[in-house]
Design a protein around this ligand. Structure first.
Ligand code: NDP
Length: 346
């Protein structure tokens, strides 16, 4: 088994086109990296393609958060980037090779499966694990990027704890907005939900729960048009009335976006079964998609939980599923002799 560390295998020194891989993983968040750890320990020498532009940052959404206090095993917490680096080091230690560039197109029905990268490389693989995640929809307004992690967040479960006795704004009118607003009242003294219409999209029960909570107030027919900060921390927002166009300032310590997620599945459009929101559909409880040898895990299949630990959990399942599929004879290329993949060491 080769031991390749991150620093031993920088992008550019690896030729991912040199052979047909047993397993290629697309995505470098907790799902992809956990799949890599498991696949590497099964002697499958996985290649992990970590994107750089489309679909969010290398390392996934966790690299955009500060402290992670709900990932088991870290009693004192750990930062998102550190947690991802640890997972990456662990995957590298067992023989994962990394390629740092975007996949730009895929042919999932080819045998072997073909992936094209942004620099024009063609990567061939017998099995594929898709862990491309989902990105929170952004408002795309001034202050949003600059203050991301400094009070702007898309995950109340991750960051709510830091707003004890503070005032926070939740943007959105769907179930996530109601759930996040209700959850945030455990910590924040006041939560203001800002919704662009005068009717919520959320289900009746979620609305009712939020309406009953006297720590939550609603501002209807309004959008947030700018987020303001002081010394890198959110200090307020500009609200614009969607009917009159009038603007006003609202002081707040945090802004939680709950305006939906966009699964990173455009690469597989027309090739894999997706639900109406674009999430990949797998044959639960397995991670098998509707194409043989193609597995999916993490947020790209999950619009409900979206936690690092749940993503890691499905990542391990995807690697086990891929290993078993290969061991069962899946992915044999017609012109090559039958080989028996190494026994799993899971
Ligand atoms: P939704 O798409 O249901 O809601 C998004 C909300 O954000 C809508 O109110 C929408 O406004 C608003 N919005 C979208 N874009 C913008 C924008 N640019 N500016 C301002 N507002 C915007 O997403 P959710 O994440 O809430 O829910 C996704 C799915 O997950 C749903 O099926 C939901 O039922 C489910 N879910 C279920 C939960 C549960 O049952 N416990 C918990 C969380 C989610 P508008 O209404 O005007 O379109």
């Amino acid at each position: 088994m080769s031991f390749v560390t991150v620093s031993d295998a920088p992008s550019g020194e690896v030729d991912p086109t040199a052979r047909t891989h047993d397993v290629v993983i697309i995505g470098s968040g907790p799902a992809g990296l956990t799949a890599a750890v498991y696949a590497a320990r099964a002697n499958l020498e996985p290649l992990l393609v970590e994107g750089v532009v489309d679909g969010g940052p290398t390392g996934g959404q966790l690299t955009l958060t500060t402290d992670v206090e709900n990932y088991p095993g870290f009693p004192d917490g750990i930062t998102g980037p550190e947690l991802i680096q640890n997972m990456r080091d662990q995957a590298a230690r067992f023989g994962t090779t990394f390629v740092t560039e975007d996949v730009t197109s895929t042919d999932l029905t080819a045998n072997p499966i073909q992936l094209q990268t942004a620099s024009g490389k063609t990567i061939l693989t017998r099995s594929l694990i898709i862990a491309t995640g989902a990105k929170p929809r952004r408002l795309e307004i001034p202050g949003e990027d600059e203050l991301w992690g400094g009070g702007v967040s898309a995950c109340a479960t991750c960051d709510g704890f830091f707003f004890r006795d503070r005032h926070v704004v939740v943007v959105g009118g769907g179930d996530t907005a109601m759930e996040e607003a209700t959850f945030l009242t455990k910590f924040a003294s006041k939560v203001t939900v800002v919704h662009r219409r005068d009717q919520l999209r959320a289900s009746a029960i979620m609305q009712e729960r939020a309406f009953k909570n006297d720590q939550i107030e609603f501002v209807f027919d309004a959008t947030v048009t700018e987020i303001h900060g002081e010394q890198g921390l959110v200090s307020g927002v500009t609200l614009q009335d969607t009917k009159t166009g009038e603007t006003r300032e609202l002081a707040t310590d945090g802004v939680f976006l709950a305006i939906g997620h966009i699964p990173n599945t455009w690469l597989f459009e027309g090739q894999l079964e997706r639900d109406e929101e674009g999430y990949l559909i797998v044959d639960e409880p397995s991670t098998a998609t509707d194409l043989p040898g193609v597995f999916a895990c993490g947020d790209v299949i999950d619009h409900v939980y979206r936690q690092a630990v749940t993503a890691a959990g499905t990542g391990s399942k995807a690697a086990i599923d891929a290993e078993r599929w290969l061991a069962g004879g899946g992915g044999q290329v017609a012109s090559e002799p039958q080989t028996t993949p190494a026994t799993a060491d899971l």
